[in-house]
Design a protein around this ligand. Structure first.
Ligand SMILES: *[C@@H]1O[C@H](CO)[C@@H](O)[C@H](O)[C@H]1NC(C)=O
Ligand SMILES: *[C@@H]1O[C@H](CO)[C@@H](O)[C@H](O)[C@H]1NC(C)=O
Ligand SMILES: *[C@@H]1O[C@H](CO)[C@@H](O)[C@H](O)[C@H]1NC(C)=O
Ligand SMILES: *[C@@H]1O[C@H](CO)[C@@H](O)[C@H](O)[C@H]1NC(C)=O
Ligand SMILES: *[C@@H]1O[C@H](CO)[C@@H](O)[C@H](O)[C@H]1NC(C)=O
Ligand SMILES: *[C@@H]1O[C@H](CO)[C@@H](O)[C@H](O)[C@H]1NC(C)=O
Ligand SMILES: *[C@@H]1O[C@H](CO)[C@@H](O)[C@H](O)[C@H]1NC(C)=O
Ligand SMILES: *[C@@H]1O[C@H](CO)[C@@H](O)[C@H](O)[C@H]1NC(C)=O
Ligand SMILES: *[C@@H]1O[C@H](CO)[C@@H](O)[C@H](O)[C@H]1NC(C)=O
Ligand SMILES: *[C@@H]1O[C@H](CO)[C@@H](O)[C@H](O)[C@H]1NC(C)=O
Ligand SMILES: *[C@@H]1O[C@H](CO)[C@@H](O)[C@H](O)[C@H]1NC(C)=O
Length: 594
């Protein structure tokens, strides 16, 4: 990453002219973390998070801290006990977001964690938290993502997200007046050698973080282990879990066997060769189910040519696949991202992650980022760096190997997990363009799970008696399409996603949640569980929920009507209202944002 540091001389001169030196802009080293040794020799520092920081119930415990996976790599985790049950007997689920470079605080606060943060900066309870069904562990990975850090450095960020380090003068760092307002803070040194540059490269530290956590908290690692992810998790999920299984086969000294039972992946980015083509499919032919056909004949032709024309996106992806060269894959990805994927963004001003909304889209709510940058929260969770939703350094490192354009063995890894009897539950919100369900469905078919070709789409029956989607399932493998949902499914369909999650981790059928499912049997006639229904999922929402005006930033989302709802109700106290004056944090978007 090219980042020009201002010269020391210039800073010292400027520093002398500063009137107000605010040290509070930088994050002090946490002093109240308990130090323990996890499994596999991984040191862990953690603390109990005071009730109300996220989980509102004082009887449900929460812990956060760092797994020090190497001298310069400190991986942040935030754990929540399961609600409504004895947490030491509950299953353990880890959640990670994608990017590459996106923080798992996105999933925690926007999607499936115990709380959210409202327009006024106040924390509210999420009744549909996945912790209603499982202990939940959120991990910011790889190093430098979210609260994870390499070397902590004081600095500021430029308007396009580069971290510029600041020197210390007499043991103090000053925030210079030329730094963009509110941009000073403590950041991970954006050194590309202090993180990883590929999916496969990220697996070992992910595994070490689990070993650290499980050793520090053996009481929460007694039962089965489940893994849930989204978006770039279509790369992370298959590869990380195949790594876990392979480690189990040959455990290093002091390491624990991780009994992996379920892998859930929402709107995953698995296979670029299939999924770059799916951009064309979703917006031109055969199109999406929202009757949103935005392109005229000449724009559609341009789109087609950029994808399929000689030397264009498909050819470049195939060359990447054939050669495996970093430069070829990087160019392929840059070409496809800017000439295929972004045709939509360039022409439509519509959210890539939910075709129903124009940009700027206020959903899912991003207000938590400001909350996480307050001194009170940072000290409550023992953070040592400021919060960023995404790491530019990690994104750049992955880009240098073209990881996004690589298939990275994801489909083979899913097959391997099935052969190990792991439940593999793929799902997709059908209003997402970025990792759209048409591509996801082709990938699911390409896994070739026994019996899957004979299964049909069945309605998913949930407790509210609303049909929220359809599932095609064969034994432990399923692909579920979720209606009226953008990329971050648990935000748009909280009830359906919680019930879906519970069914998957219990090993029950996704359709009803009433039947335990195994991989026993080999076809329709001999007992292998198969859903029955149409070969294709044909339901169409039409354009009733598609918005034609930009939705105001203060709007709530109505998860029953699937449209924008009324503005956030103002809090009763003035103190709470004032929080809204906190600066809006900058958002950097990655290829597979969440
Ligand atoms: C970093 O955190 C500190 C509080 O610890 C806060 O004062 C500062 O505004 C934060 N910086 C950014 C860029 O959010
Ligand atoms: C929770 O489960 C653990 C382990 O089985 C047991 O030791 C403990 O007594 C249980 N706690 C309660 C409150 O039931
Ligand atoms: C989740 O658990 C909380 C706390 O016990 C409860 O109030 C809430 O109703 C539960 N949510 C659902 C959807 O059952
Ligand atoms: C995507 O579009 C291409 C080009 O028209 C077509 O060949 C392919 O069958 C479509 N794929 C799907 C899944 O509809
Ligand atoms: C087709 O759409 C493009 C992009 O929106 C626009 O520039 C062009 O004028 C349109 N062509 C016709 C014939 O409407
Ligand atoms: C990616 O990281 C690996 C392992 O550190 C290194 O060997 C390789 O050179 C890196 N690739 C690029 C393109 O920097
Ligand atoms: C759903 O339907 C069942 C059976 O008809 C009924 O008992 C139940 O009350 C309904 N639930 C809701 C939320 O409408
Ligand atoms: C997977 O389950 C099947 C059927 O229950 C069983 O025959 C097989 O041995 C299991 N495989 C593994 C690797 O556990
Ligand atoms: C499927 O299983 C049945 C009984 O479990 C067995 O008789 C049959 O040979 C198997 N078929 C295949 C193709 O493996
Ligand atoms: C919405 O769909 C209906 C029916 O297909 C169509 O008549 C109408 O023009 C569409 N509305 C917009 C704004 O595109
Ligand atoms: C919400 O935002 C809109 C558009 O900016 C504004 O007109 C309206 O007054 C706001 N409403 C509330 C209750 O804050």
């Amino acid at each position: 990453m090219a980042s020009s540091s201002p010269s020391l001389a210039r800073l010292v001169t400027l520093g002398a002219t500063l009137s107000a030196v605010v040290q509070g802009q930088f994050v002090p080293a946490p002093t109240d973390l308990k130090e323990v040794q996890g499994y596999a020799g991984v040191p862990v520092r953690y603390k109990e998070v005071p009730a109300g920081t996220c989980e509102q119930d004082p009887n449900v415990k929460s812990f956060s801290g760092y797994a020090d996976v190497s001298a310069d790599e400190h991986v942040f985790f935030w754990f929540f006990e399961a609600r409504n049950q004895n947490a030491t007997e509950a299953p353990l689920t880890v959640w990670i977001n994608g990017g590459p470079g996106s923080s798992s605080m996105i999933g925690l606060f926007e999607e499936l964690g115990p709380c959210g943060v409202d327009y006024y900066g106040n924390v509210y309870n999420n009744p549909y938290s996945w912790s209603n069904a499982s202990n939940l562990l959120f991990i910011d990975q790889p190093t430098q993502v979210g609260f994870s850090y390499s070397t902590p450095v004081d600095g500021y960020t430029t308007d396009d997200g580069h971290i510029i380090m600041l020197p210390e003068t007499d043991g103090t760092t000053l925030c210079p007046e030329y730094a963009p307002a509110g941009s000073c803070g403590t950041y991970a040194d954006p050194d590309l050698t202090q993180t990883v540059n590929s999916t496969a490269g990220a697996a070992p530290n992910f595994w070490k973080t689990l070993q650290g956590f499980m050793g520090a908290f053996p009481q929460y690692a007694r039962s089965g282990f489940h893994f849930a992810t989204e978006s770039y998790g279509g790369h992370y999920g298959p590869v990380f879990n195949a790594y876990i299984e392979s480690q189990n086969a040959d455990l290093p000294a002091g390491a624990k066997e991780i009994r992996l039972e379920t892998v859930l992946i929402g709107n995953g980015w698995y296979d670029p060769i299939v999924q770059y083509q799916a951009y064309y499919n979703f917006s031109v032919f055969p199109g999406n189910t929202y009757d949103y056909a935005p392109f005229n004949a000449s724009a559609a032709e341009m789109f087609y040519n950029n994808m399929y024309g000689p030397g264009n996106c498909l050819d470049r992806l195939l060359e990447c696949d054939a050669t495996g060269r970093d430069d070829v894959c990087q160019y392929a990805d840059d070409f496809c991202a800017s000439h295929v994927e972004s045709v939509y963004d360039d022409l439509l001003e519509r959210d890539e992650y939910d075709v129903r909304e124009l940009v700027p889209d206020p959903f899912p709510y991003g207000f938590y980022a400001e909350y996480l940058n307050t001194p009170a929260v940072q000290s409550a969770i023992g953070a040592y760096v400021n919060f960023s939703t995404s790491s530019r350094a990690v994104s750049a490192a992955f880009s240098s190997t073209g990881d996004d354009a690589r298939r990275s063995g994801t489909v083979a890894a899913l097959r391997y997990l099935l052969s190990r009897n792991v439940t593999v539950a793929l799902y997709a919100g059908d209003a997402d363009y970025n990792c759209n369900w048409l591509g996801g469905e082709v990938v699911a078919e390409s896994v070739g799970a026994a019996g899957f070709a004979d299964a049909g789409y069945a309605d998913v029956v949930t407790s509210d008696n609303v049909t929220h989607g359809q599932v095609k399932q064969a034994g432990k493998f399923s692909f579920t399409r979720i209606y009226e949902s953008g990329h971050e499914v648990p935000f748009y369909q909280p009830l359906a996603s919680l019930e879906y999650f519970e069914r998957a981790i219990k090993g029950f059928d996704i359709e009803t949640g009433e039947k335990p499912v195994t991989n026993a049997g080999n076809g329709t006639a001999d007992g292998l569980y198969l859903t029955s229904g149409t070969k294709k999922s044909t339901y169409r929402e039409g354009n009733a929920t598609v918005q034609w005006d930009v939705v105001p930033a203060n709007a709530t989302y109505d998860t029953v009507k699937n449209v924008p709802g009324p503005p956030w109700p103002a809090p009763s106290t003035q103190a709470a209202l004032l929080r809204r004056s906190m600066k809006k944090s900058r958002i950097m978007r990655h290829r597979r944002w969440t």
